[in-house]
Design a protein around this ligand. Structure first.
Ligand SMILES: [Cu+2]
Length: 122
């Protein structure tokens, strides 16, 4: 019976090539991404929603997640599309400090009182 071993071989080839395809899929999206961590002046979940949404619209950004307790924004981005400087500027223009750079004054003024950096994280 010659059919059975060749069937198994074909099956194992199929499984391994499917596995290779699944592993190769993220790479097919494009060049490698980099991660930037920015210390912000965000204080609450509204800040989190505002910052994450704002960064999501920023060119080259693939993901943005703010950890409210630590105030650290983690941005996954395409280094061929944007730069850490541009990402920090986007944070400032949303009304928040970005590392040592102070928030854009007009954007900061538009934040609700609960999101002002004079408040503690809440
Ligand atoms: Cu807030």
């Amino acid at each position: 019976m010659k059919f059975f071993p060749s069937f198994l071989l074909a099956l194992s080839l199929l499984v391994s090539s499917t596995g290779a395809f699944a592993q190769g899929k993220p790479k097919a999206k494009g060049p490698a991404t980099e991660t930037l961590q920015v210390k912000t002046s965000a204080v609450c979940d509204m800040c989190k929603a505002r910052l994450e949404k704002s960064l999501a619209y920023e060119k080259g950004v693939q993901a943005a997640i703010l950890d409210v307790p630590s105030q650290v924004l983690t941005v996954t981005y395409r280094p061929d599309k944007t730069t850490p400087t541009a990402l920090r500027t986007a944070v400032q223009q949303t009304g928040y400090d970005a590392d040592k750079q102070t928030a854009d004054a007009r954007a900061y003024d538009r934040l609700p009182d609960c999101c002002k950096k004079t408040n503690n994280v809440h």
